[in-house]
Design a protein around this ligand. Structure first.
Ligand SMILES: [Zn+2]
Length: 231
């Protein structure tokens, strides 16, 4: 059952701010593949994730995409949409089945003008996400597929708080902006080293320390940015 304690951002608000929002929220289930917000559209609702994982991806004309954001039960899917009225060139969709507390976007915008503390908390979230996005853009351009895969699996584990999850190969390749074959090779190499077990999309992290050693320098940077989001 979704509740305010399972979203970190909501849990850090002042009690009266949280109560105001909760009174206007509904729990929603999010099956895999659910499009939470389409590219080119203003969101009708804001989603505070309470379980599962949502990816923000760029959408190219040929249907390919690359991940530019990853939101679990720590955050708000529409964080960038709150800054202004520019239409997003990205799609938000559910990558690992989960749930969220949702509120009408207009109610959220109204409350941002009512509570400076809430606004400050949201802006901190947006700032950290923007810095994470910059780091990951550089990472995808400069670092090898195996260390990017290790970095990404650690990010997923941090957000899901689970060592086991299911992801299709297409998802994996899209998320890393890589070819399926190179992702399969990289996953095979991590598996050969005894760091992960990977079978038809079912991933189990066996050795988190080994995964951290295999990841590029970007992992500790984005992990610390995520932590900063909530300080
Ligand atoms: Zn990197």
């Amino acid at each position: 059952v979704a509740n305010e304690k399972s979203n970190l951002l909501l849990s850090l608000l002042q009690a009266e701010d949280r109560d105001y929002l909760l009174a206007r929220m509904q729990p929603v289930q999010l099956p895999v593949g659910t499009v939470i917000r389409e590219s080119g559209e203003r969101p009708a609702f804001a989603h505070f994730m309470t379980s599962g994982l949502t990816s923000i991806v760029t959408v190219m004309a040929d249907g390919t995409g690359t991940e530019v954001g990853l939101i679990g039960s720590e955050g708000l899917v529409e964080a960038f949409d709150i800054i202004g009225s520019t239409l997003p060139p990205t799609r938000a969709f559910v990558q690992v089945e989960g749930s969220a507390l949702r509120i009408r976007f207009s109610d959220l915008e109204k409350f941002m003008t009512m509570s400076p503390m809430f606004l400050q908390r949201l802006l901190q979230t947006v700032q950290c996400q923007a810095y994470i996005l910059g780091q990951l853009t550089a990472c995808n351009g400069l670092h090898e597929i195996e260390e990017r895969l290790a970095r990404w699996l650690l990010m997923v584990q941090d957000r899901l708080k689970s060592e086991r999850f299911y992801l299709t190969q297409e998802f994996l390749a899209d998320m890393l902006g890589a070819r399926r074959t190179s992702v399969t090779l990289a996953a095979g190499s991590l598996q050969h080293s005894g760091i992960i077990q990977y079978r038809r999309g079912h991933i189990q992290i066996l050795d988190r320390g080994g995964l951290q050693d295999a990841a590029c320098e970007c992992y500790p940077i984005v992990r610390d940015l995520l932590t900063n989001q909530y300080q």
